[in-house]
Design a protein around this ligand. Sequence first.
Ligand code: HEM
Ligand code: HEM
Length: 154
Amino acid sequence: MSSALPRHGLSTPTATTEQASAPAATASAASVSAVARPWMLAAVFYLLAGVSLGFYMGISNDHTLRPVHAHINLLGWATMVLTGVIYQFFPRAGASRLARVHFWLYQIALPVDMFCLGLMFKGHTGIMPVLGVSTTSVVLAVALFVINVLRHRS
Ligand code: HEM
Ligand code: HEM
């Protein structure tokens, strides 16, 4: 329904909905920092992957991959959104070289880790050495994140 009423309370009383929402959308996109954005964009893919696996588990009644589902959602979706939020609020940490190392180490290690975890729970125990390296890399990336935030917290 076309209406002159403001949709999010951001428009001026004289502006139409279309006139008001375009600048509002531009302003909110610009206010997400360049470092928070890729974390949040990556996170939405993990949400889709996590809920899809959960959906498959539900309809198949095969819960073998429950820990993979849990960690795709938690280390993927939840942790990545929160990482983006923290970098948004700690811009000096977000601008550091450590933030770039953290991003790439995490983004490379986590999908490998989740894939290997799935293989392991499906009985492919030969994957353990790769799983060990990828899990260690995820933990290392998290440690770099913590060091980065503490070092650049002011
Ligand atoms: C439509 C979306 C989802 C579906 C259909 C779904 C489905 C499931 C199923 C079938 C299980 C196994 C339960 C069991 O074996 O007892 C499970 C477990 C789990 N799910 Fe989901 N899930 C969904 C979304 C999420 C999201 C968004 C998160 C986290 C942000 C999440 C976190 C977990 C966790 C942590 C467990 C393990 C719980 C435990 O240890 O008992 N799930 N889910
Ligand atoms: C690299 C980091 C992590 C490692 C190595 C790890 C490891 C583990 C292990 C070994 C289990 C037991 C799985 C089983 O019983 O089969 C587990 C379960 C669980 N972890 Fe993690 N975890 C990590 C990160 C996290 C994070 C960040 C969260 C929450 C934000 C989380 C939440 C959970 C939950 C809810 C369960 C129970 C899931 C289930 O019942 O399947 N974990 N984790």
